[in-house]
Ligand binder design. Structure first.
Ligand SMILES: OC[C@H]1O[C@H](O[C@H]2O[C@H](CO)[C@@H](O)[C@H](O)[C@H]2O)[C@H](O)[C@@H](O)[C@@H]1O
Length: 587
């Protein structure tokens, strides 16, 4: 029964109630997020009073023009919470640039380094004093945002942003972002999906503890760790307490994690989209279940994707078939396992022996469950688990390789796992795609589906394979990284822009689909490319397919090339490229 759950937040302006409903259902803006990011000019009470007056005046049937007038009179434009800010720790020539041999890539990396200047956001002091006038969640330190419509921090994006910032030697900015997150965990109890109050009832993949690890790798500051270690415990505990599910498998019970949501109502930032889609369901309860699946999918970071569809035991269907809460994901559990390992190490470092032992045991349990529930010898990969059917979901996702990235597999059998995984990658032919690895092989029109290729997913696969240190895996990682970097560079040459997502089927193709047009900026994209340039830039990157590159010919072979051409042709025929030719370039 979801009728007792709280709304997405208390605000009658930004999260629930008739004002939000009236404005969002009027569809004033192309993007529903625009309205909930606006600042109110008067107090919430006065704004509500103005709303009631407008409704009385119009007999509760305002026209679109009435509603627009009300919004213009009572709200300031989105983005009003920020002041101009130039990161004080930004530098022109961080050392990692020197590692990049290719002169064109070197110049590009230097321009990427410059992009941080455009993506920095600092809140006005006034926001701290008058938080009720804003939907933004106040944080003390400036942040680097993804870009475009994403003008606030995003939880999992920040891992790759911090990775990039540290390569740019922007230590103070990186540490400031981690401090913000620690402060938020202390205040709220966990990290919301993003830095807005309408995100405050769900989180995103828990990467704060790995962010702390990035800071410690950059500059070992045991005092900083000691001061905040209880906050890291609290973040981990939030996930264990709220997201654990028991999985029955082969006569054993395992405790694993899944994405959920504990609030009522549609997503305020996509209010109209959710209400319209919920018309498919006839009762309050069914609509609420549907909203919960949508919000749980948003918590996964994969909003939206056929990865969370269950229709007659398959991944077919559409948003109305979302069953996010019934799927136990490989990547979330790998991240939880990694968190436990890191906490064990952190506690050892600060001398908390009992706590280190506590996390060692949790880590061991995740390791066992990941192997027993997710690993499939005959497939050669880890697979998501369907709680409804008690069966694995045998579909390709880059996240199927997440245990390699997080080190959540038995290292004494590394050759075995890596050989099976490489066999799997060859079998599913991930190497035929010219523009990166697609999120899935399903073409649903959702943004975390074929043909879109996302930066964090390329990173997981590349670093997962590379970190094994085995020659075949390292060669594979190098090929994927080369392809990704070259394809991102192709887009840059054409548009001078970094995108949030790309098209896997086209070298230099833009991503599309989903609820909003592809955004530029772009935090995690920059961080991922910088990491790959840092790792591989000292060697000569392979030439692009457009140049008949040796790397592609060598691995793909003749049949692969033919398949790649077919893939592109099929995409063109089905319109898979979506809105890929139009996007607004904005920071
Ligand atoms: O407004 C729709 C959704 O937008 C966000 O999701 C997407 O952008 C995020 C920022 O780059 C990214 O973290 C996420 O993986 C993307 O799918 C937001 O996170 C969603 O909650 C929101 O509903």
């Amino acid at each position: 029964d979801r009728s007792n759950l709280p709304p997405t937040c208390d605000s009658l302006i930004y999260c629930h109630g008739p004002l939000l409903d009236t404005v969002q259902m009027a569809g004033l803006y192309n993007d529903s997020k625009t309205f909930v990011d606006m600042k109110i000019k008067f107090s919430p009470n006065i704004t509500m009073e103005h709303f009631r007056q407008m409704m009385n005046r119009t007999g509760s049937h305002p026209t679109k023009a009435d509603i627009l007038e009300f919004v213009n009179d009572n709200f300031d434009p989105e983005g009003s919470e920020f002041e101009d800010w130039r990161p004080t720790d930004w530098k022109d020539s961080p050392a990692f640039l020197d590692r990049i041999k290719d002169p064109l890539l070197h110049k590009w990396a230097s321009e990427l380094n410059r992009l941080w200047l455009q993506l920095g956001r600092k809140m006005k002091d006034e926001v701290k004093e008058n938080q009720e006038l804003y939907s933004i969640i106040y944080v003390d330190n400036p942040v680097i945002v993804p870009g475009g419509r994403f003008r606030e921090f995003y939880y999992w994006d920040s891992y790759w942003i911090i990775k990039g910032l540290l390569l740019s030697e922007m230590r103070a900015t990186a540490r400031g972002m981690v401090s913000n997150f620690l402060d938020i965990v202390d205040r709220i109890g966990f990290i919301p999906n993003g830095g807005r109050i309408y995100y405050a009832m769900r989180s995103q993949p828990p990467l704060l503890i790995p962010m702390m690890q990035l800071i410690m790798e950059d500059f070992e500051d045991v005092e900083f760790l000691r001061r905040h270690i209880h906050t890291l415990d609290k973040e981990f505990d939030f996930w264990i307490t709220n997201h654990t599910v028991e999985v029955e498998h082969n006569g054993h019970t395992y405790k694993l994690s899944r994405f959920i949501d504990q609030s009522q109502g549609p997503r305020p930032e996509s209010y109209k989209e959710d209400i319209d889609c919920a018309k498919h369901f006839d009762t309050f309860d069914k609509k609420e279940e549907f909203y919960a699946e949508l919000k749980a999918a948003a918590e996964s970071g994969w909003d939206f994707s056929s990865r969370w569809f269950i229709l007659n035991g398959t991944n077919k269907g559409n948003l109305t078939n979302l069953k996010t809460r019934s799927i136990v994901p490989v990547d979330l559990n790998s991240i939880m396992c990694w968190n436990a390992k890191l906490l064990q190490e952190f506690h050892s470092r600060v001398g908390n022996v009992a706590k280190a032992e506590y996390y060692r045991e949790i880590h061991a349990k995740y390791m066992e469950a990941i192997d027993k529930v997710f690993w499939h010898e005959e497939v050669g990969a880890w697979l998501d688990f369907n709680l409804e059917s008690g069966r694995p979901r045998d579909y390709f996702y880059p996240s199927n390789l997440a245990p390699l990235w997080t080190g959540s597999y038995d290292k004494t059998r590394k050759e075995y796992y890596v050989n099976r995984v490489i066999n799997y990658l060859d079998k599913v032919k991930v190497d035929i795609y010219e523009g990166g690895i697609p999120a899935t092989f399903e073409h649903s029109g959702e943004q975390w589906d074929y043909p879109n290729a996302w930066p964090p997913l390329q990173y997981m696969v590349v670093m997962g394979l590379a970190n094994t240190g085995l020659p075949d895996a390292m060669r594979y990682a190098n090929e994927i990284a080369t392809k990704w970097v070259r394809s991102n560079f192709e887009v840059w040459k054409e548009k001078t822009a970094m995108l949030e997502k790309y098209d896997a089927t086209i070298f230099g193709g833009f991503g599309g689909g989903g609820e909003y047009v592809v955004q530029t900026g772009f935090g995690w994209t920059n961080g991922v490319v910088m990491s790959m340039l840092n790792r591989y830039g000292a060697d000569e990157f392979g030439t692009s397919p457009a140049d008949n590159g040796a790397i592609y010919g060598a691995h793909v072979g003749a049949s692969g090339v033919a398949t790649a051409i077919l893939v592109i042709a099929a995409s063109l025929a089905t319109g898979a490229l979506g809105d890929s030719t139009e996007f607004t370039q904005n920071y």
